[in-house]
Design a protein around this ligand. Structure first.
Ligand code: GLP
Length: 261
């Protein structure tokens, strides 16, 4: 696992956008894994900026969402599929139908998990998966104690996650769905490159446990320790509880120029 500590989220966005550019340059029909939440927004803004500048095209790419709420009507602004439409898809040039989420399969949510896994497999697997981290260490919607071997399935949201996400529902906890469909931890581990972002002090404990704690379903993001190519990009606040901060800084500073993430 590579840990990169940057001063600000905007600096992380530049590095991650560089990784998208390198991938799409090499493989224009790459398969992308998209995350929601506030964390990836600086990255999506940077991708849109580069697209406007003519240096980045998603025209042949395909994308899979990490997760989706269960029970929000199609078109609801807080559906993750809508979030991606607003924050990324509208600003770049994905082909129609190129982006799909686990809630888009038009089937009973309990059956959608295996079908979604099959869609990812049929697309050739995910080349680059971007991830945020929950304050309790959750990854996608894999809540604490999620199986490290889990696949896409329905999960119940914890009270803490519903509380964290109530800000997107006018602060009204009752409006936050109780269930979701989420890629599993094993699904995420199948991606060829996973980049997890964490910003702010509220993520510092979760980042510490994910990176330096024991591998444990108590902190689902620690599953990334099993990933053959995982990169964690954090700002100074989110890195503030890491014991090996100096080591990560020295290692990153000593990387051969042009190697990328
Ligand atoms: C939600 C999403 C996660 C995300 C997390 C953190 O629970 N399902 O994918 O990582 O929120 O959100 P934020 O980035 O807004 O802190």
């Amino acid at each position: 696992m590579e840990v990169v500590i940057v001063p600000r989220p905007e600096d992380a966005a530049i590095l991650v956008a560089d990784a998208y550019c390198a991938l799409l340059d090499r493989t224009p029909d790459a398969v992308l894994g998209l995350a929601t939440g506030s964390t990836p927004l600086p990255v999506y803004r940077e991708l849109a900026r580069r697209h406007r500048g003519g240096g980045l095209s998603f025209a042949r790419a395909r994308a899979f969402l990490l997760d989706e709420y269960v029970g929000l009507a199609a078109g609801h602004p807080e559906r993750y599929r809508e979030f991606i439409r607003t924050e990324l898809e509208r600003h770049v040039d994905f082909a129609p139908e190129a982006i799909i989420g686990p809630g888009d399969l038009d089937m009973d949510p309990l059956e959608a998990g295996p079908a979604y896994e099959e869609r990812i497999r049929a697309a050739g697997g995910i080349d680059l998966q971007i991830l945020g981290i929950g304050s309790d260490g959750h990854l996608a919607f894999n809540m604490p104690m999620s199986s490290l071997a889990s696949r896409t399935r329905v999960k119940t949201l914890t009270p803490r996650t519903r509380q964290d996400n109530a800000r997107f529902f006018d602060g009204d906890l009752d409006l936050v769905p109780t269930h979701c469909l989420t890629q599993g931890l094993a699904t995420i581990l199948d991606s060829r490159h996973a980049i997890m972002l964490g910003f702010g002090r509220g993520k510092a404990q979760a980042v510490r446990e994910a990176v330096e704690g024991p591998l444990s379903s108590r902190w689902p993001a620690s599953a990334l320790q099993l990933h053959p190519h995982a990169t964690v990009v954090v700002d100074e606040d989110a890195a503030s509880q890491l014991a090996f901060g100096e080591y990560y800084r020295t290692t990153y500073a000593g990387k051969p120029a042009g190697q990328g993430l």
